[in-house]
Design a protein around this ligand. Structure first.
Ligand code: HEC
Length: 288
């Protein structure tokens, strides 16, 4: 499925002032210690988020690369991975070609089994383009980062597989036959919290994404990451689809609609709670 973006999420920086924002270090990971990763580390792979037009580039330091290149998952202390999130837009002189525009954020994962024993040895940090932290609580964010990375626990909690950019090395593939452990459940909308029910409308049933470990530890970025998974389900099943936090306060809901501006077929409305509790709505076109 190709996704055509017509609107994108408000930047995190619009959220209310927080004691956690603007720091140079998060969960014992200081941005300055990792800022040279672009020059010094190996580019592992590139990924592209179809719905948000975001390009992601993942880099690994030498210790992490040894594990990755051998198709292993037993990361050693000191292994570190970094990911850039880059906003893109069409090249004005040739609009079917997409070009990078600006860095949205840096994400870092560092392996230290003693220090980060609660998250299976991985410490997580998230920085804005100037190397400063975002407003959300660092510990809760780390737990949320890790909750999603448990989807690839068998691969040492690392999603990326090395791509051979030079065409010389043959990396050993692991996780080739990965299947998503995520599942959806059909639920009666009567039991949903009022704010969510108001969005789901007159529909009697909806699809609920069952991802308990993440529902317990949610942060803004996790809601954002789940959007494409929910969009796919909403389109296939043609019914409202949502993910709801365990405390019933935060959610992202995707409602199939008939957006007139969509060139090919119908799109979806995506409703997502922000940090201040308000619900943000965006409309996205989807087509095959
Ligand atoms: C809802 C799921 C989800 C959440 C939450 C999440 N990640 Fe990831 N992460 C991914 C996926 C999927 C990839 C693979 C690359 C891609 O698609 O961008 C990834 C890749 C990465 C990578 C590159 C190494 C790898 O595993 O491929 C780093 C570093 C990373 N994430 C850090 C973080 C940090 C730090 C947080 C929390 C601030 C976080 N992630 C939260 C899903 C998630």
């Amino acid at each position: 499925m190709k996704y055509l973006l017509i609107f994108f999420l408000l930047p995190f920086t619009l959220f209310a002032a927080s004691p956690h924002a603007g720091k140079e270090e998060m969960n014992g990971i200081a941005y300055k210690d990792y800022k040279n990763f672009l020059q010094d580390w190996t580019l592992v792979t590139i990924r592209f988020r179809k719905d948000t037009g975001e390009m992601r580039m993942t880099y690994a330091n030498k210790i992490a690369m040894e594990t990755l290149a051998n198709g292993k998952s037993d990361y050693k202390k000191g292994a570190a991975l970094a990911k850039t999130g880059i906003a893109t837009s069409p090249d004005k002189s040739f609009t079917s070609s997409i070009v990078p525009r600006f860095i949205r954020r840096y994400q870092v994962m560092v392996y230290d089994p003693q220090k980060y024993s609660k998250t299976n040895g991985w410490g997580y940090a998230l920085f804005d383009p100037s190397g400063k932290t975002f407003p959300e609580d660092p510990i809760e964010t780390q737990e949320s980062c890790h909750a999603c990375h448990t989807l690839v626990a068998d691969d040492g909690y690392v999603f990326s597989r090395p791509f051979d950019f030079q065409g010389k090395t043959r990396f050993i593939e692991v996780g080739k036959n990965r299947k998503s452990p995520l599942r959806f459940e059909e639920v009666d909308t009567k039991g949903l919290p009022a704010a969510l029910r108001a969005i789901v409308g007159d529909n009697k049933t909806a699809s609920k994404l069952v991802f308990e470990i993440l529902a317990d530890k949610i942060f803004q970025g996790a809601l954002d990451e789940l959007k494409p998974i929910l969009e796919e389900e909403a389109i296939i099943k043609k019914r409202p689809t949502f993910f709801l936090s365990k405390d019933l306060k935060r959610f992202v809901a995707v409602i199939p609609n008939d957006v007139k501006e969509c060139a090919f077929d119908s799109g979806v409305d995506v409703h997502m709670t922000l940090l201040d509790g308000k619900v943000h709505k965006e409309s996205v076109c989807l087509h095959d």
